[in-house]
Design a protein around this ligand. Structure first.
Ligand code: BTN
Length: 326
């Protein structure tokens, strides 16, 4: 009932009388009053006016099961929600849920991670109350070699959501870091569970630096947060809602062609590497060239000094700017 009342208050934007809520849920006035008090304790600014009822005046930065459930209206992305105030890693939780048969689109969200994981075995700092840490579980019906493109689909979805909700120009550093003013605000870790020749499930874990005001010293040269760049706090649930809405739409396009052809232009328009001299850190041998954007498979096209164009696959290599992170 708490989730439903929250949803009604948010969607109406106006007063809803106590009596109306009582008859909608078939409960007493005291029961409604208790729920309203719980919401107030969680930080919601709810105004109660005699003869008018209740109105949601202020939507604070609350990340909770009810807040997420009352917002997410997609067909499948975020259809099932697991919310933890604290967990080890949402990717590990999602993988366990995948083994247990959880549905396509299930999300695991945490306010804090004790063992947040980054790419290449690195840790992902995940303090409480500031940022977004979530993982979505997917059960694609396509071939395993198509799964790597999903990471790029997620990067684009995060960039689009940040632009819509925070009014900032977000970029993508190939393949999947989202950046603001050349510094990273979002990392994505995709992990796949495969049977011999088909995908059991894929988990895509996303960490977004939202309201972090002080960056840890060791990453302050290359990382930032939405708050640091935009100067304003963002309601995390609202941003996450938008990321999931964008992802559901983009995933639908990816599934149609099983590549990024529908999103390529949009992705390239966000790509901060385009036209820049980059160093490709390929285990088979480093080389330099100018980044020209991605092809439909998500490979980065690099024009080398001899005029040839190399297609660089994300799984094997990473790309560095010549003068820093981007
Ligand atoms: C990177 O190194 O850029 C990827 C970072 C991915 C971090 C997210 S936070 C939510 C999910 N759970 C994890 O343990 N990692 C991912």
């Amino acid at each position: 009932m708490k989730t439903e009342i929250l949803k009604l208050l948010r969607e109406s934007g106006d007063y809803i009388s106590g009596q109306e809520l009582c008859s909608l849920f078939g409960v007493s006035r005291t029961a409604v009053w208790k729920v309203i008090n719980q919401l107030k304790e969680e930080g919601y600014g709810i105004e109660a006016v005699q003869n008018k009822g209740y109105r949601l005046r202020l939507n604070p930065d609350v990340l909770s099961y009810s807040e997420l459930k009352s917002r997410i209206r997609n067909n499948w992305a975020g259809g099932e929600i697991y919310y933890y105030e604290e967990t080890g890693s949402t990717n590990i939780d999602a993988k366990r849920l995948g083994e247990e048969g959880a549905a396509h689109g299930t999300i695991v969200v945490a306010d804090k991670q004790n063992a947040g994981r980054g790419r290449r075995g690195r840790a992902w700092q995940s303090p409480a109350g500031k940022d977004i840490y979530f993982t979505i579980l997917l059960r694609p019906s396509f071939e395993p070699d198509k799964a790597s493109g999903l990471t790029l689909v997620m990067a684009l979805s995060v960039a689009q959501a940040v632009e819509r909700k925070c009014n900032l120009k977000a970029g993508i550093k190939w393949p999947n870091d989202v950046v603001l003013n050349g510094k990273k605000i979002c990392g994505i870790l995709t992990e796949m569970n495969m049977e011999t020749d088909y995908i059991q499930h894929v988990v895509i874990g996303v960490g977004i630096n939202v309201n972090l005001d002080e960056m840890p010293e060791e990453i302050s040269q290359t990382a930032t947060s939405i708050l640091r760049e935009g100067g304003e706090k963002t309601a995390r649930a609202e941003l996450l809602q938008e990321v999931l809405a964008r992802f559901e739409e983009n995933y639908g396009m990816y599934e149609k062609e099983l590549d990024l052809s529908y999103m390529r232009e949009e992705y390239n328009s966000h790509l901060v590497n385009v036209g820049k001299q980059v160093k490709v850190l390929d285990p088979k041998g480093e080389f330099e060239g100018i980044a020209r954007g991605i092809n439909a498979s998500g490979e980065l096209l690099i024009e080398t000094p001899d005029g040839k164009v190399a297609e660089v696959y994300a799984g094997e290599v990473s790309v560095r700017g010549m003068y820093g992170y981007v």
